[in-house]
Design a protein around this ligand. Sequence first.
Ligand code: NAP
Ligand code: HSE
Length: 439
Amino acid sequence: MAFKVGLLGLGTVGTGTAEILLHPAQRHPLLQEIEIHRVGVRSLDKPRRVQFPAEMITTDLESIVTDPAVDIVVEVMGGLEPARSLMLTAIQHGKHVVTANKAAIARYGDEIFTAANAAGVYVLLEAAVAGGIPVIEPLKQSLCSNRIQALTGIVNGTTNYILSRMQTEGSDFDAVLADAQRLGYAESDPTADVDGLDAADKIAILASLAFGGRIKLPEVYCEGIRKISAADITYAERLGFVIKLLATAKRDSEELDSDLLQVRVHPTLVPKTHPLASVNGVYNAILIEGDPVGQVMFFGPGAGSGPTASAVVADILNIAAILKVGRAATDANGTPILDPLLSCSHQDYCPIAPIEALVTRFYVRFLAKDSAGVIGYLGTCFGKHEVSLESVVQIGMRDDLAEIVVITHDVREGNFRQALTEIQTFDAIVSIPSVLRVL
Ligand code: NAP
Ligand code: HSE
């Protein structure tokens, strides 16, 4: 019995997927029972690394997702539409879906999983978060006996590459971004990566699986790395930190009856001794803390043709394995009952705490007139808003202005912001070039 795949997209990930499926030797034996039936692309004329007979390749993707012969639709075309509609049509036609599309899942996951559960088909998405790193299925299966407390990740390779190079070279953001684009590490439109939106999609998906509820993407706090300067990287280094774009999802309270979560993406000062501090370049890593397992860290290539295809094909194999042993049961309507460890069945939304309620340490850099009383004023103003300071250092002079770096103790973000608003009105404070959270 052969399982037939309809491949939507033959770009970076689609080509890697096809290469594994076409070369099954020395991989899992079940791969020999999986065949690519049809391939959908935008342009028939493009030169391709993998060749298919003309009758197999089409620009009519609708015809693939409705083809009665196709068992599993593999969506690796990206974008929101027509990817969303094609996945929904595939589900309505009883096809299982494997996707790498975090943008579509983070936005339309509710609709797609509701449709899949009603139709009794699987939608698997291992490749959607952190490319080649197995983290989705471990969260759903291997770690499912744990009460997950926190999940902290470097889940965007482009920004990690840029920050790592800024760190080692002392260069500014714009120069490294331009070079990363020239070398093909950053896209020509880098918005989704550098503004943290790609990481927000990924942490919304991970949070949903870790905490068993749906996540409203607009409630995920998101800040990118455009404002990080070489100066901040240098000062952070002197203080014993590296700057990383962290995606975090954690329980807001230790109370067992509290479901409130923090879900956020922002650049963060990470102590050099922290396991995530040494994850550099395009690599991704996700640190999961659970009870009783403790800390588990997943590390590896978060993108690329082969690594991402490795995750896509693992999902295809999971589905093929279940199809091969046959369905265990159907419900009263005849709908197949899905393996609960592979499917995604939660319905409720997780409540998410506003960023103002976050309790964290801050790093803040001021440029001020070098006059008497400035540091005293900062201390008084922070104190008035219950912001306790860990250190205040006047680093030196920049552009004839005194450069002052403050690290706070754990404070409520709302109080900290109120203090900053008041501090900004002080004549001697010329600018506040950076405000960063500290892990
Ligand atoms: P890509 O290289 O741009 O490939 C997209 C493929 O889909 C191309 O073959 C393209 O056809 C086809 N396509 C796109 N829109 C189409 C349309 N409207 N109609 C027909 N065909 C269409 O993209 P990719 O990098 O492989 O990414 C695919 C997905 O994987 C995205 O959701 C991405 O976020 C996700 N992902 C990628 C990576 C990675 O490392 N690249 C890692 C993790 C997840 P043509 O070839 O004819 O243009
Ligand atoms: N643009 C993404 C990154 C690709 O830089 O990590 C993988 O999702």
